[in-house]
Write a protein that binds this ligand. Structure first.
Ligand code: ASP
Length: 339
């Protein structure tokens, strides 16, 4: 995963889509370590998704959206791309397993009417996001977990299959030699895909799916299937989603709080920054602080988007009509060398 290392080396402002900006304000003069926070506005529809696997995911979502699909159809189609790709080692099929060699998946989905569905600790199903959608549409519940989620998926016609690819099995066996767990987010072992859509009519949808932290304890559930932590939207305000160490995002109800900051008038980037700062303040004396990474992406009803992470190296894919599909670097608080 050398490309992860490359991300880290990149400067935060290097490849920002300057042409996408219609307004630009400096919002962080007091903070020397951050670049100026830009308000990036674009026309509807707008799709953003975390990390580089966001690019092919955005392509699929855009195609769905522009050929008559709904926002929910789009986010589902989008994140299914990395879920089904065995070379994406952090999502779905081919994802790195837990310390017992089991691939366990977390996903959630949310629509403009605040309907939501989620699955956690799901094994043997390649597309957890589609099961989460079924939970939303076919059950009176929001969240199904483990064996119950699997039984529900099978009852809905999903096929059970082995998700542990030879490459992931080999990596797990190598890890077993030392069996040392360090939650090193974003460098070596995992990245969630979270996708947010603002459709032509100005309605929001979101999805989030992951195989979670590699070598996690069996049964561990991260932030990604938790509405309010890994993903949240309020169709009156905006949408936000997370990547990074799930425990830190859960402790702060991360995505819900980003949306609340936008409700209070903050831009998407500024809202993400405030919650990353909060996470930093709550974790700065934590023994694993040197490994901590969290990042958020957000969009608001006006078509502004932004991202902000604790450490350098986080980027996200943005797709709109004027500028097409491209990567944008998130602004960040600190580099990996800083304590
Ligand atoms: N948030 C995910 C988790 O903690 C992992 C990631 O985004 O890298 O499971």
């Amino acid at each position: 995963m050398a490309n992860r290392r490359d991300f880290i080396k990149k400067a935060a402002l290097g490849s920002m889509g300057i042409s996408a900006m219609v307004s630009c304000k400096e919002l962080a003069k007091d903070d020397e370590k951050t670049e100026p926070l830009l308000v990036k506005k674009t026309q509807k529809p707008l799709i953003i998704a975390t990390w580089k696997h966001g690019l092919p995911a955005n392509e699929a979502a855009w195609k769905t959206l522009t050929s008559g699909g709904t926002g929910i159809d789009a986010v589902e189609a989008g994140v299914r791309v990395p879920e089904g790709d065995p070379n994406e080692r952090s999502v779905g099929y081919g994802g790195l397993p837990d310390r017992e060699g089991k691939v366990t998946l977390d996903a959630c989905i949310m629509d403009a009417n605040s309907n939501c569905g989620s699955v956690s600790f799901l094994q043997g199903i390649k597309h957890p996001i589609s099961v989460a959608r079924k939970v939303m549409e076919e059950t009176p519940h929001v969240m199904l977990s483990g064996e119950g989620a699997l039984q529900f998926a099978l009852s809905q016609g999903f096929k059970e299959e082995n998700l542990l690819t030879p490459k992931s099995e080999e990596d797990w066996k190598n890890w077993l030699k030392k069996s040392k767990y360090k939650p090193v987010i974003n460098i070596e072992n995992h990245d969630t895909i979270s996708m947010l859509v603002l459709d032509d009519s100005g309605n929001l949808s979101g999805a989030c799916t992951t195989s979670g932290a590699a070598w996690k304890m069996h049964g561990r559930v991260g932030d990604s299937p938790i509405i309010g932590a890994g993903l949240f939207l309020d169709n009156e305000v905006g949408a936000a989603a997370a990547t990074g160490l799930g425990e830190a995002v859960i402790r702060t109800a991360g995505s819900a709080m980003v949306v609340e900051q936008m409700r209070m008038g903050k831009s998407p980037t500024e809202a993400c920054k405030i919650i990353v700062e909060r996470i930093y303040n709550k974790h700065k004396n934590h023994p694993d602080m040197e490994y901590l990474q969290v990042g958020f992406i957000a969009i608001n009803k006006q078509g502004e988007h932004g991202g902000y992470s604790l450490r350098s190296g986080f980027d996200y894919a943005v797709y709109d009509k004027d500028n097409g599909n491209r990567m944008e670097d998130a602004t960040y608080k600190m580099t990996w060398d800083e304590k």
